[in-house]
Design a protein. Structure first.
Length: 379
């Protein structure tokens, strides 16, 4: 079977490749992507999801049997595959034989058409699904990062929160917290019921993430950290110890005197769906697997400093820290992986469900006039 090229006119990273994933799955063919570029301010537009066999950026569509992304057309297979590329890159493959299909955005839907304009499939745009809003409690949730990045680049975290909120009958009112725009006293946190520190590849976000993690570490505010978010949480905890206030990720500042996260000694890239063995006080039940994509790990020389700040390692593999928790807190957990990639509307991931339940519980404590030993005013 010859190649099928899908020319995708997506202007938003989250839309790119979505139709191609569905088509490749229907045809039972592997999917290849010729790496696109996007105009506009999308510095973090290529996430970990390719190596984890997810749709190129959105994180919402799994690829079966595989997804590979390349920049050089010479690396493409000769046959028996679907290849997605930006419509503007059509000339790059004009000399290659194969069928041409066209992915288009139309009226809030994504559709795939043949050369004659016949529609082969339609599907909602990633992040664009709508549900009947629950009539129960409303929670105000802070999500660190720019709204455009969460909605237009990588909506998987938003989707996972929605997956968890709906069966609980909770309406979520989102507050996006761009790290560069955070106020000095972090007044933004005072109106929140919970906060999520997301993953990502933008090192410019780390300083703001660490500030938020430090504030929630010393408060009652339920907090969940994902990948880079967990790294920020661990760094904030280490910084509480004498002589460690300058700790920082090696990826952010390679020449810093003290690194909280360092490269694997053998240069490994820990990526894919791998076993995950949680321990208390990480909430249960949780899936026994987790998606990962990281080349850096917590510095084992700082385990004592982490523990001295009250932090417990709640999952690890061969000495690599996979999850951390603060037992003396309503909910303060970080995972090195990406649980949002395992969440589904019919099966929300437990970490997101437990985060929202903790937020509801803390709201009840506040309404009862009780004060948790930790509060934002103590930071």
């Amino acid at each position: 079977m010859s190649l099928t090229f899908i020319l995708d006119d997506a202007r938003l990273p989250a839309h790119y490749g979505a139709c191609a994933v569905t088509w490749a799955r229907q045809q039972r063919l592997p999917l290849w992507s010729l790496r696109p570029t996007f105009s506009g301010d999308y510095p973090d537009s290529h996430q970990h999801v390719v190596a984890a066999s997810y749709c190129v950026t959105s994180g919402l569509y799994t690829c079966d049997p595989q997804l590979r992304e390349v920049s050089d057309i010479a690396q493409l297979p000769a046959h028996d595959a679907v290849v997605v590329l930006a419509a503007g890159d059509a000339e790059r493959v004009a000399h290659l034989p194969g069928n041409r299909l066209y992915a288009q955005h139309a009226g809030g839907l994504l559709q795939l058409c043949d050369a004659a304009g016949c529609v082969l499939l339609r599907q909602p745009a990633p992040g664009g699904r709508s549900r009947t809003q629950p009539v129960g409690e409303t929670l105000v949730l802070g999500l660190v990062g720019r709204e455009a990045d969460h909605r237009e680049v990588y909506p998987a975290t938003l989707a996972a929160l929605d997956d968890a909120a709906h069966p609980l009958g909770i309406q979520l009112r989102l507050r996006f917290l761009p790290p560069a725009d955070l106020s000095a006293p972090l007044d933004e946190l005072s109106e929140l019921d919970a906060v999520v520190l997301p993953g990502g590849a933008s090192m410019a976000a780390v300083s703001g993430q660490i500030r938020v993690a430090h504030a929630t570490l010393q408060s009652h505010l339920p907090t969940l950290g994902l990948c880079l978010g967990m790294q920020s949480m661990a760094t904030a905890a280490v910084r509480l110890q004498p002589g460690c206030d300058g700790a920082i990720l090696a990826e952010v500042a390679p020449d810093a005197a003290l690194h909280s996260f360092i490269r694997f000694g053998n240069g490994a890239h820990r990526c894919g769906l791998l076993p995950f063995t949680p321990a208390e006080p990480l909430p249960a039940p949780l899936p026994a697997q987790m998606h990962y994509n990281h080349r850096y790990r917590f510095n084992p020389a700082l385990r004592a400093q982490l523990a001295a700040s009250g932090i417990v390692v709640t999952a690890e593999t061969a000495g690599t820290v996979e999850a951390i928790s603060l037992p003396d807190h309503p909910f303060w957990h970080g995972v090195q992986g990406h649980p949002e990639l395992l969440s589904r509307p019919e099966a929300p991931h437990g970490l997101f469900t437990r985060l929202l339940e903790a937020a509801l519980s803390q709201r009840g404590v506040r309404r009862a006039g009780q004060k948790h030993p930790r509060s934002l005013s103590d930071t």
